[in-house]
Design a protein around this ligand. Structure first.
Ligand SMILES: O=c1ccn([C@@H]2O[C@H](COP(=O)(O)O)[C@@H](O)[C@H]2O)c(=O)[nH]1
Length: 224
């Protein structure tokens, strides 16, 4: 893949999602569809976005008991996204069953620690580890469970890559140097994330909330 940006189309509005995708399609390498889009548009919406000809990353962040996650993934059959997310904290059996249930061509990627969380947030949910430590712990679990890679921030990706040189590393929480951070807490620039070992970058609002999404995507691509 030459362009390693997946644009996050976080909207329930199919018309808006399609319009942004059409505008930025020559400056990104793929489209990421998350819960907001999927809840509103379901399988049909994913199929329609697939018709634009770019790889689809279905970011559903599945997290449930192993049987439920495996059956949910089987129910997606036919959509065959390039990438699908589950939560690493669902545990080893869930990760193993998720990978077994996914189509061969789909990379199953485990979310380690959301980029919107910092050390204080982790404490409030009973996790004594700092994000760096927690990401590495879950990277090990993901690798041992047979999934294809992890989601982490650009702050941890170099260390995670060292633990798992053949892993696939998805990095959200990516902002241009002067970009608005919003609800993200562990943030790096696109260039820094790639230099640290990211396989792909997930970028939403810096592109989709720009007055000219096309120019924003082009400007970010030019820094890579
Ligand atoms: O840890 C995570 C996992 C997933 N995401 C998703 O990435 C995009 C980021 O959007 P921005 O507008 O660039 O902040 C969004 O769809 C999240 O659901 C993440 O941010 N962090």
């Amino acid at each position: 893949m030459t362009n390693r940006i997946f644009v996050a189309l976080d909207t329930p509005d199919m018309v808006r999602a399609r319009a942004i995708a059409q505008r930025v399609r020559h400056h990104v390498g793929g489209i990421k569809l998350g819960l907001e889009f999927f809840m509103a548009n379901g399988r049909h919406g994913v199929t329609e976005m697939h018709e634009l000809g770019l790889p689809i990353f279905l970011d559903l962040k599945l997290h449930d008991i192993p049987n439920t996650v495996a059956k949910a993934i089987q129910a997606l059959r036919g959509l065959d996204p390039a990438i699908l997310t589950v939560h690493a904290s669902g545990g080893r059996a869930m990760l193993e069953d998720a990978k077994a249930a996914a189509p061969l061509g789909t990379k199953v990627v485990a979310v380690t620690t959301l980029t919107s969380l910092d050390a204080n947030d982790l404490k409030t949910i009973g996790c004594a580890n700092a994000p760096h430590e927690q990401v590495l712990r879950l990277t090990d679990l993901a690798r041992e469970s047979g999934v294809d890679g992890i989601v982490c921030s650009g702050e941890e990706v170099a260390a995670a890559h060292k633990l798992w040189p053949k892993g696939f590393f998805v990095v959200p929480g990516v902002r241009p140097a002067d970009g608005e951070i919003g609800d993200q807490k562990r943030v790096v620039t696109p260039r820094a994330a790639l230099d640290a070992g990211a396989s792909i970058l997930v970028i939403g609002r810096p592109i989709t909330a720009a007055s000219d999404p096309d120019a924003a995507a082009r400007a970010i691509s030019a820094t890579l």
